[in-house]
Design a binder for this molecule. Structure first.
Ligand code: IPE
Ligand code: IPE
Ligand code: MG
Length: 256
């Protein structure tokens, strides 16, 4: 028999430390309402706010959101341009709030392809929030999982060339140290909204041991409750520790 404080400790121990999300379905959300696709992207920002706020409440260490893939440049120019503007607006408007909540913002991906204005905002935001420890919010922008691995290989090749590393020393552990977010907890839960069951070149290396959760809910409909359900199911999948589902939910959403 576990008592309630033991139950709390058990639930908190089995909470995912790092959750990654492919935020998909914005376009379809808008189309279903007879609106233009970009309306869905605007609406999706509300879901981002809710999920970030819930992650903070639940005491998750890292949250990684796929905002723009390296393949998304192939979209019509007008849509890419709206997404860039939105990225810029969010970086300008929301960073203060992130900082106030002690959230550290990190952008993963090749930021050199973005405009100088966006790059400057990214540097500013990362610098402002760099010592925050409540939650690390990683935004994957112009990110590709395959490029991430290729970059790691390139860095090791350079080290071999300079003689700092010998070929025999190269192993999965070393490669892993050069992959994005190597300094953070391993991803233990990956959620994809929007009904498709694929990775779309998001985190590849980092998902080696992650639980994968695919939901039909379109991203703009994915709110705090949906996110909390996903975390609850992750914890509950392990075992109930003798507690009820309601007790586990209450512990998870108790302010950390
Ligand atoms: C995901 O929603 C957001 C981005 C890729 C930026 P989509 O725009 O892919 O929406 P669907 O999948 O077409 O509905
Ligand atoms: C994945 O969604 C990328 C992001 C959510 C940023 P996509 O809609 O671009 O992926 P595909 O085209 O369905 O593979
Ligand atoms: Mg999509």
């Amino acid at each position: 028999m576990v008592n309630s404080s033991e139950l709390e400790a058990l639930v908190n121990d089995s909470k995912p430390k790092h959750v990654a999300i492919i935020m998909d379905g914005n376009g379809r959300w808008a189309e279903q309402r007879g609106k233009i696709r970009v309306k869905g992207h605007h609406e999706g920002v509300k879901s981002v706010r809710q999920v970030v706020s819930s992650a903070l409440t639940m005491g998750i260490e890292s949250l990684t959101l796929f905002a723009f893939s390296s393949e998304n440049w192939r979209r019509p120019e007008a849509e890419v341009s709206v997404l860039m503007k939105l990225f810029m607006t969010v970086l300008t408007r929301e960073v203060k709030k992130l900082h106030k909540n002690q959230i550290r913002l990190k952008i993963i991906g090749d930021v050199s392809a973005f405009s100088p204005a966006i790059q400057a905002k990214i540097t500013e935001a990362e610098t402002l929030t760099r010592n925050n420890t409540k939650l690390i919010l990683n935004i994957a922008a112009n990110y590709g999982g395959q490029s991430d691995i290729a970059n790691a290989a390139k860095q090791i090749a350079i080290a071999v060339k300079t003689g700092a590393v010998s070929i025999d020393e190269i192993d999965d552990k070393m490669l892993g140290q050069h992959i994005a977010m190597a300094d953070q907890a391993a991803v233990d839960l990956m959620i994809r909204t929007g009904g498709d069951h694929r990775i779309s070149n998001f985190l590849l290396w980092q998902l080696a041991y992650a639980e994968l959760l695919f939901t039909d809910t379109l991203w703009p409909d994915f709110d705090s409750a949906a996110f909390e359900d996903a975390i609850f199911n992750f914890v509950n999948r392990e075992r109930r520790f003798g507690g009820t589902g309601a007790q586990i939910r209450a512990i998870l959403t108790k302010q950390q």
